[in-house]
Design a protein around this ligand. Structure first.
Ligand code: 6PG
Length: 229
């Protein structure tokens, strides 16, 4: 597991975009395509904006989603809509290359449908992940047992709104050649400290025994002293 501390959120976004481009080049050279799982959140969004200007071989990319919020399909707060605005609408990707989660159909139905898509697509080349202040990742929240065999799960009563969500489960997120985790801001410091100390947080469980790169900024670095509340 590689922890790379960078100066600030802009540097994290730039390094993340570079790592994605490098992973894409390797995957396309070896297998002719790049299968990427996108994350929600502010840090991934900044990386998507950079990617839109730096990639040329879009025809080889396939984009999936690590989680989605159960909101109408065109709702601005959907992870798919964020990715649309930051990246997908700006580049020449055909509709068949982008695989959104149909979370507008409700968590149960959408999870069952997306599990079929994910099982057929796995293993991925790269799964991108954010980290919540409580150590959640995708929509896997602390204090809930994680089924190691779950590809995609319905989520209810999420502590981060909206309460209903769909998330790749442990098996879905771990079925990847590599994981890239992004964490910026002082609010993430306690979660990263817990992860480093071996706490059973969802981000730690997903990343255990996997090939992981964590890009964090100085503000999120648990080596930088007590967290700012
Ligand atoms: C969501 C996400 C969630 C997110 C983290 C980090 O639906 O919000 O999928 O897991 O990635 O909460 O988000 P930030 O980068 O905005 O802190």
């Amino acid at each position: 597991m590689a922890w790379r501390v960078l100066a600030d959120a802009d540097a994290v976004a730039l390094a993340a975009a570079r790592l994605m481009i490098q992973a894409a080049a390797e995957a396309i050279e070896q297998r002719g395509r790049f299968r990427l799982v996108l994350a929600g959140g502010r840090t991934p969004e900044a990386a998507y904006r950079l990617l839109a200007h730096q990639v040329s071989d879009w025809a080889r990319w396939e984009c999936y989603f690590g989680d989605e919020r159960c909101l109408p399909a065109d709702h601005a707060e959907r992870n798919s809509q964020m990715a649309e605005r930051a990246l997908l609408s700006r580049v020449p990707l055909a509709p068949g290359q982008v695989h959104p989660i149909a979370a507008e159909r409700g968590a149960e139905e959408a999870a069952a449908a997306y599990a079929r898509i994910i099982r057929a697509a796995a293993p991925f080349d790269l799964v991108l992940l954010g980290v919540g202040e409580d150590g959640h990742t995708a929509s896997l929240f602390p204090g809930r047992p994680l089924d190691p065999e779950a590809w995609v799960i319905p989520v209810h009563d999420a502590p981060k709104p909206p309460p209903d969500r769909v998330s790749l489960g442990l098996r879905g997120l771990q079925s990847s050649r590599q994981l890239l985790v992004l964490a910026t801001g002082a609010g993430k410091r306690e979660a990263l400290r817990g992860w480093r100390a071996g706490a059973a947080l969802p981000i730690a469980q997903v990343c255990r025994d996997r090939r992981v790169t964590l890009l964090l900024d100085e503000a999120a670095d648990p080596g930088a002293g007590p967290a700012v509340s």
